[in-house]
Each structure stands twice: as structure tokens, then as C-alpha cells.
Design a binder for this molecule. Structure first.
Ligand code: ZN
Length: 517
């Protein structure tokens, strides 16, 4: 008996042997092992037992559907068995249409045999994900059953704007469909209303809008809604534990939203995949969502990564050992409130206390926009007014961040003094991360970073990028014997990545692992 475990079980009707061999050949070219009855079975072996054994042991099932296959008892049986075993099934069509699929596989992503490479790409990607989280096989299978449709909605609720997108897991793996460069099929944003009651009804409207756009693209099922929220978020209870942005505590966000979204008779109802009563909703902290996007989209192989977002506040997302770090009470990565000095005058900052009202000089006081603006005003009121007058009108936003960056790269000495401190303090915090986590990559993002990143290429004064200037500062804090050259600093220039990362919750095994702990 052939006991060696195969990657793919190819299910086909014997009349389609030629097409099945074509699939086998493709798999062979890509070093993927397979089980194909006519080739693998030796005369005299126990035919049925062999098939059963291979079905149990295989990673996934490729189902060749043709007019012959649809009539074949074996194909139906193998498909049913694979389904019951929780195996991922990929229907491959030849001379038939998605409409012809047997009930058990309707809603699965079917491809024509000509596009077989896509199916194999997807298989390889799932294998990579499994390798990253080997302990999670059981959970992953149950997630896979509900994620066949591959269309997800991501919504990021920020203090000022709500960003949202329709995300296509297919284009995430780098092919088909027209989409924007980051993989969203459709994305948009609106101003955030003042109260959460209004936010709920806006979310309902957003989903209707996306449902409409989805249908324009002939997408008829959406398999999940991921939502990013500012503050402490408990994915287990679906609760917004605490959010300073909205001054709220203990909001049962998920339960309330479920009641509102899963109403009857509206467009969204028709998008619920076969057999499901509700669209699954998952919530997570917005910084973790942005981190997840950066991780799964651009460094899916990274075992450790830190994303630090510096804007009006400072938050970070941490990936260690291939998993997002949440911590006991969901605030792992709240590095903005780590103390960088106990003395109030250590950095000659005019701010006496962090807004969290605890002792010490907290990191975010020295790098976030409110701290920097405070510093600018106190250091030199006159120069501050001059800079404001000279630069602010050139920028659409009222924020002083972009004007400061522009003045800095123009070589303005006052801006230079401020920015030097800013870079220094960013470097201190980043270096602390390097020592504590020794991460593979550190990614900097957020409004403050974007402002400098957007100006530096045009600078005739420095001829060096923000990246270079920052890296140099960071390295001053790290001992050379720690092989400083490994340090990768990257920028995330996009603003709407939290909504993409929210849609990606359903692709992040570590989220579900944490949730079911
Ligand atoms: Zn603080």
C-alpha cells in the first residue's frame, strides 16, 4: 500500500484521464506531490482502500469537473468525503460552467483548467500559511470552510474618517481582477460622525454601498466583515474595552453591530453565502489591522516585525514567532506611554505631563504631533509664527506637520532644530524595540512619518532621505556588535491600510488562535 502522504488528491472521471494528466504534469513541474488513481495505483492493490487512505492523508483536493465528472459516482463520492474531512476543495472546470457545480461545492472559487496556475498559487499560499502556524490546522480548516468566497469587507473607524474597502483574497495573492495597487477591489472613505449611534447606521450604509459595488462586479457573496477600531479591543468578547478617541468604555460593539447588520430583506442579505444566517463580523485594534496588512501583504514570511505609527498618538503592532502579539489585556505594543526619562526637564520639553497623566516623559510626548507643536511654540514663538505664515497656506490640511517637514527640507534652521529632536526621539524608541525584540523588520508609519517621507525626495538641501537620516540616528543607539546592518526600516505611505488589514483578519490565523485561546 502506498503510505506516503501526497499534497494533492486529484479527483476525476476516468474518461477525463488526459485532462487529469495535464493537471498532474503541472503539479510535478512545481514539485507538488499528487495522487492520481490511474498512475499511482498498482494492479492488484485494494483500489477502494487506497483511495480512502489517500483522501485522508492528502492536504487538499483538486476536483476536475467536466460533463463526465459530473456524472461520475466516484467524483461525487471523493468530493463528499473530502468535504466531510474538512479538506480544501478546488474545483477545476473543463467544458462546464460554475453554474454546473454540485451543491456541495457551490460558492467555492472554481477556475477553468486554463487558469490552473492560479489554483496552484493559492494552494502554495495556503501551505505557507499553515507552515507559519502549524498548531492551528484544526481552526484553519474550520475557517477555510467559511472563506471560500474570498470577498471580505474591511472598515477602519478612525477619529476623523471611516475608511472602507471591498477586499478580494484572490488579488491579494497577486492576480486577476482590476484593483488598486494594494489589492482592494473598491475603497472609499467618509467623515466619522460624532456619536457611536450614528456610526452604526453609517456602517449599515457603507455595507449597502459595498454590496452595490460588489454586485456591479458580479460578486454575489461576501464572507466576512472585519472592523478596525481605535483603542483597546477585545476580540474574544467582541468588545471595545476603552477608546480615548471617542471617550468610551466597555462597548459591546460586535453584538450591537450584528443586530444592526444582519437585518432582513436588505441588499446585504442576498450576499450571505449559502446556508449562512449571518455574515461573520470580527473586530480588532486599528494599529494591529495596519500591522497585519503590512505583514501579510508585504512580508508574509516574516516571523517578527514591528510597525510603529506616529501621528496624533503613537501605537505599534508586534508580530513575534509568526503571530500577532495581543498581551493579556490587549494592549501589547502601546509603546507611546513607555517612559524615556523620569526627569521632567531631561529633554527640555515644555510638556510637563503626558495626556495619560502618569509620571515621567513618555515616548509619544516627544514624537507625536501635539508634542512637537508644543515644542515649536515654546522654543521660539516668533519663529513659530513665521513658519506658520510661510508654509501653512501651501498645504490643504491645517496640520503643522507637513509645513514643518517642508521647512526642514528647505534648510530652515529653526525647523532643523525641532526635527533634529524629533528624529532623535524616534530613534531612541526604535532602538529600544531593537534591543527588546530583535525584530526582522521595523516599519514606521503614521502622519508624522508620512509628512517627512513625502518631502524628502525633493530636498535640495539634504540630498538624503528621511530613511537615511533616521537610520543613522537609530544606529547611534545600537552597539555595532549587534550587527546593526540587519536593521530594515520601511515606511508605509498609505492611509487606508487599516481597512485592508481589517478585511485581512479572516486570513490571519493568529487572530483566531488568540480568540479561541
Ligand atoms: Zn502617557
Amino acid at each position: 500500500m502506498n503510505q506516503s502522504k501526497k499534497d494533492i488528491f486529484i479527483s476525476y472521471a476516468s474518461a477525463d484521464k488526459f485532462e487529469a494528466l495535464k493537471i498532474a504534469q503541472k503539479l510535478e513541474q512545481r514539485n507538488i506531490t499528487y495522487f492520481l488513481a490511474s498512475k499511482s495505483l498498482q494492479a492488484g492493490s485494494h483500489f477502494q482502500e487506497e483511495i480512502r487512505e489517500n483522501l485522508i492523508q492528502c492536504e487538499e483536493l483538486f476536483l476536475l469537473l467536466t460533463p463526465n465528472g459530473l456524472k461520475s459516482e466516484w467524483v461525487h463520492l471523493e468530493c463528499g468525503a473530502a468535504w466531510a474531512l474538512g479538506k480544501h476543495i478546488s474545483p477545476i472546470l473543463f467544458k462546464c460552467q460554475p453554474d454546473d457545480l454540485p451543491t456541495i461545492v457551490t460558492g467555492l472559487q472554481a477556475v477553468h483548467i486554463e487558469d490552473l496556475d492560479r489554483t496552484i498559487d493559492d494552494f502554495e499560499e495556503r501551505q505557507r500559511n499553515k507552515k507559519r502556524n502549524p498548531t492551528l490546522l484544526a481552526t484553519q480548516q474550520s475557517i477555510d470552510l467559511t472563506s471560500e468566497g474570498r470577498y471580505y469587507i474591511g472598515i477602519d473607524i478612525g477619529k476623523a474618517t471611516i475608511n472602507y474597502c471591498l477586499f478580494d483574497y484572490e488579488s491579494f495573492s497577486g492576480n486577476i481582477y482590476s484593483h488598486d495597487e494594494e489589492g482592494a477591489l473598491y475603497s472609499n472613505s467618509i467623515k466619522t460622525p460624532a456619536s457611536f449611534d450614528e456610526i452604526y447606521s453609517k456602517i449599515k450604509k457603507i455595507i449597502e454601498e459595498i454590496a452595490f459595488k460588489a454586485r456591479e462586479r458580479k460578486i454575489f457573496s461576501i464572507h466576512g466583515i472585519g472592523i478596525g477600531l481605535p483603542g483597546m479591543v477585545d476580540p474574544k468578547e467582541g468588545m471595545l474595552v476603552h477608546t480615548p478617541s471617542f471617550n468610551l468604555r466597555k462597548l459591546r460593539f460586535k453584538a450591537i453591530l450584528e443586530k444592526i447588520i444582519n437585518w432582513r430583506g436588505d441588499p446585504i442579505k442576498n450576499l450571505i453565502p449559502d446556508g449562512g444566517k449571518n455574515i461573520p463580523i470580527e473586530i480588532d485594534n486599528d494599529v494591529r489591522c495596519a500591522t497585519r496588512w503590512r505583514w501579510l501583504r508585504h512580508s508574509p514570511e516574516a516571523q517578527s516585525l514591528v510597525c510603529i505609527f506616529i501621528g496624533n498618538g503613537l501605537g505599534s503592532g508586534i508580530v513575534v514567532n509568526g503571530k500577532m502579539l495581543y498581551g493579556k489585556h490587549f494592549f501589547a505594543g502601546e509603546a507611546g506611554h513607555t517612559t524615556i526619562s523620569s526627569q521632567t526637564d531631561f529633554f527640555k520639553s515644555p510638556l510637563e505631563k503626558c495626556h495619560c497623566e502618569r509620571k515621567g516623559h513618555h515616548w509619544e510626548m516627544h514624537v507625536c504631533s501635539y508634542g512637537i507643536i508644543h515644542l515649536m511654540k515654546t522654543l521660539d514663538t516668533e519663529r513659530f509664527a513665521q513658519l506658520e505664515e510661510k508654509y501653512v497656506h501651501r498645504h490643504s490640511k491645517k496640520s503643522l506637520t507637513y509645513p514643518l517637514a517642508e521647512a526642514f527640507y528647505d534648510g530652515d534652521p529653526y525647523a532643523g532644530e525641532i526635527v533634529d529632536k524629533f528624529f532623535e526621539h524616534v530613534a531612541i524608541g526604535v532602538a529600544n524595540y531593537v534591543y527588546i525584540l530583535n525584530p526582522q523588520e521595523i516599519v514606521l508609519g503614521g502622519g508624522m512619518i508620512r509628512a517627512f517621507h513625502s518631502r524628502d525626495k525633493a530636498s535640495p538641501f539634504f540630498k538624503r532621505t528621511t530613511h537615511d537620516l533616521l537610520l543613522e540616528k537609530i544606529r547611534e543607539y545600537i552597539t555595532p556588535s549587534f550587527d546593526r546592518d540587519y536593521l530594515t526600516i520601511d515606511f508605509t505611505p498609505k492611509q487606508y491600510l487599516s481597512s485592508l488589514g481589517a478585511a485581512l483578519i479572516f486570513k490571519d490565523n493568529s487572530y483566531f488562535e488568540y480568540k479561541h485561546q
